[in-house]
Design a protein around this ligand. Sequence first.
Ligand code: NAP
Length: 277
Amino acid sequence: MVPSKTLLITGVSSGFGRALAQEALAAGHKVVGTVRSAQARRDFESLCPGSAFGRMLDVTEFDAIDRVVSEIETNIGRIDVLVNNAGYGHEGIMEESPLAEMRRQFDVNVFGAVAMMKAVLPFMRERRRGHILNITSMGGHITMPGIAYYCGSKFALEGISEALSKEVKPFGIAVTAVAPGSFRTDWAGRSMSRTPRSIADYDESFDPIREAREEKNGKQLGDPRKAARAMLTAIAAENPPVHLLLGSDALGLVRRKLSALEDEIRQWESVTVSTDG
Ligand code: NAP
């Protein structure tokens, strides 16, 4: 029997957050989930009254985060696991996409997640235990044209997660960056922010990519419930991984990237080492 834990998951209205909350509740854990509407809160709490607790929070309300986390610690109990799941995808050719859309992408996917971590860390450090899972993406390891801001935000969260894992390991706190491939959530549907096209030069390369992503929505390879079970396995592990890929698409693409990177490093090695001394 796995000991019951309290998980704080951001964004439990759909997708991975919802699936993880449901699987965690079914396994006997307590789940506090953040939502952005009163209806979503009611829906979430009705999943498992007494074990599912909704809290209203937009993760870009940075000033509200400390208060929400302290209130949860006081009224619901110690947070054993934080899951920074809330996030969305911006799709658009970089040259066409206003800087404001990059700021918004980083506010939600990076600054929101970091603010959540900074809020739970004092409690976890005092207890000398805890686990933070940051949902990044295979787009935090590999890139594709048309999602430069998204990949940038997920690379940033991967890097921050890895560095933080080294800082807090001495306090018994684990950090895992979870990088899913393509899964059947609302990510490419209602949640995606798409910058309108404006530069004809990109029509040939990008239009088919945008169309393919729209067409694939709902038919992706990955099952979010299985991702949730994989995350629960990582949460239960004595030594959780710092990086966890989810999905055979993520595995293949990231391996290919690492091998291409190694080839390029080797090809340019003499230039690389020519700068010493
Ligand atoms: P989803 O079904 O669209 O769920 C996104 C969740 O995040 C929703 O609950 C949404 O709440 C919440 N959210 C968005 N912006 C927020 C904000 N500013 N403050 C608070 N909550 C916010 O998509 P998903 O795929 O499950 O996304 C979860 C995470 O997985 C994201 O970080 C995404 O980048 C990542 N991911 C997804 C895939 C994939 O293929 N699905 C692959 C790799 C990584 P509302 O309902 O209020 O909008």
